[in-house]
Design a protein around this ligand. Structure first.
Ligand SMILES: C[S@@+](CC[C@H](N)C(=O)[O-])C[C@H]1O[C@@H](n2cnc3c(N)ncnc32)[C@H](O)[C@@H]1O
Length: 462
């Protein structure tokens, strides 16, 4: 790795880095949820796999298996797995997409399944187009979603929502039906979530000849909805038969930056989390269709983008608001400590200075990359200090994150965040690298092979 301070940091932690052959790329990604009850309802691409969360909870000593927090809850994989294992769970999420997924799944536990089956049978036999003109619901597009559905599909979609609004009185069933539709929006559209982007299919009306991508089969509204409803009904029916007591799940519809500082000290046993990566990935773009469906307009979309932990070049600095917030909470000293730890992380300062010089020399493909990297780390520093405060003694943090590279400069996100963790008071226990299915578990990474290292799971203890 380049740079004096980055090398020093690598040297400091190298003996704690090892390959964990129990972990692999599939296990750490959403792929492993394919076919799993509930998890399969909505493909939250950035989500944890249930087997990974279960593995981490199983690694945790019994006395710490009480209250789990995921401050970047997303679709709630960590929260629901914890619940199945008898833990209480607390989640924080700022985007309506994840919030809707979590709330629906919770409500599914209370649903009257017989009524749901009845209504869903009825829906399969009525002509939804009869309801298209009857109600006043119309899909309100965002600038970036206009033309996303085949015309017929959009008419069915409007008909279905009007039908739900007029004919379904049970609010839990109505929400679940809307959730089924929410879950198939991508399948029935000309779009596909693909890496950083929402890609468009060449059959979309807006194609002026420049789009060459074909996403394969675009499902008809009826077919996709019917399959989704069957899947949902099947999973709920099985769960109802179990009749299991589940512990409390608390969900905060808030930004982690403002919620963590007001959570009670020493109240959490384990954190299992995966924050946004410092890779310019914009959740509000990828999930634009779902956000539009949930009633988010262009203005609100921008606000949601800004409320995200900084990870895109569009994010503006939040420093002054955060400072004000800490002052109002009478925590100026804590804020100062966070600022000092951030400023004294030499490897990060080294990277920021280099990126700044690249910016001056026009070597960055976007000049806001420096601002993004700086604010990403500042906000994560704050998150880490707050996690330390709210975690109990002997509590554990498991974090999944990616390392990134800009203009050839490696940013060892894993090492820098762990150094913040140490400054906050954590003991940096280990860095787990995913196995390739061949190595042995005691294999040490050392500095060898770090250049290609992207995904990593770190363990910190209080
Ligand atoms: C990598 S995903 C986590 C996925 C999650 N582990 C799961 O299983 O679905 C990161 C999540 O952090 C959320 N997020 C980003 N900024 C946030 C903030 N300021 N406060 C709370 N959540 C935030 C994003 O909306 C996204 O859902």
């Amino acid at each position: 790795m380049n740079g004096k301070y980055r090398l020093e940091l690598e040297e400091k932690y190298k003996d704690k880095i090892s390959v964990n052959t129990n972990l692999n790329r599939q296990l750490v990604s959403f792929q492993a949820n394919k076919g799993l009850p509930f998890f399969r309802w909505f493909k939250y691409k950035e989500g944890f796999s249930a087997p990974l969360v279960n593995y981490l909870i199983d690694q945790t000593p019994a006395q710490r298996k009480k209250i789990l927090l995921d401050p970047f809850a997303g679709s709630g994989a960590a929260l629901f797995c914890a619940r199945e294992k008898g833990l209480k769970s607390v989640g924080i999420e700022v985007l309506p997409v994840g919030l809707f997924i979590i709330k629906t799944r919770l409500n599914a536990e209370k649903i009257n399944i017989d009524n749901l089956i009845k209504i869903s049978k009825k829906i399969k036999h009525i002509d939804l187009l009869d309801f298209e003109q009857e109600g006043n619901y119309r899909f309100t597009h965002l600038n970036i979603t206009r033309g996303a559905f085949p015309e017929d599909t959009e008419r069915y979609l409007n008909g279905f929502r009007n039908y739900c609004n007029q004919e379904v009185t049970d609010p839990i069933i109505k929400d679940l039906l809307l959730f089924a539709l929410f879950s198939i929006l991508e399948t029935i559209s000309f779009t596909r979530k693909d890496g950083q982007y929402l890609r468009w299919d060449d059959r979309a009306k807006k194609n002026d000849g420049s789009i060459k991508f074909n996403k394969g089969e675009i499902y008809s509204f009826k077919e996709a909805l019917s399959e989704k409803l069957d899947e949902i009904i099947f999973d709920i029916s099985i769960m109802k038969r179990e009749d299991k007591e589940r512990k409390e799940l608390t969900l905060y519809d808030d930004s982690v930056l403002y919620r963590l500082p007001i959570l009670t000290e020493n109240s959490i046993d384990i954190v299992i989390t995966s924050p946004p990566y410092c890779n310019r990935y914009d959740y509000t773009r990828t999930y634009a269709l779902e956000l539009a469906f949930l009633g988010v307009n262009n203005e609100a979309l921008k606000e949601f983008r800004q409320s995200q932990l900084t990870s895109t070049v569009e994010n503006r600095e939040k420093f002054e608001q955060l400072k004000d917030f800490y002052l109002k909470k009478d925590r100026a000293v804590d804020f100062e400590r966070i600022c000092q730890s951030f400023a004294s992380q030499n490897a990060l300062a080294e990277i920021l200075a280099i990126l700044e010089s690249y910016k001056t020399d026009n070597k960055l493909n976007n000049s806001n990359i420096v601002r993004m990297v700086k604010n990403y780390f500042f906000e994560m520093c704050l998150v880490i200090f707050e996690m330390f405060r709210i975690i109990k003694k002997d509590g554990i943090v498991y974090m999944v994150n990616d390392n990134v590279r800009y203009a050839g400069e490696t940013i060892p996100v894993d090492l820098i965040l762990s150094d913040f963790a140490e400054a906050a008071g954590f003991n940096v226990d280990k860095f787990w690298i995913l196995g390739n299915g061949k190595g042995n578990s005691s294999q040490q990474m050392g500095s060898h092979g770090r250049e290609n290292l992207i995904k990593c799971l770190y363990v910190w203890k209080k």
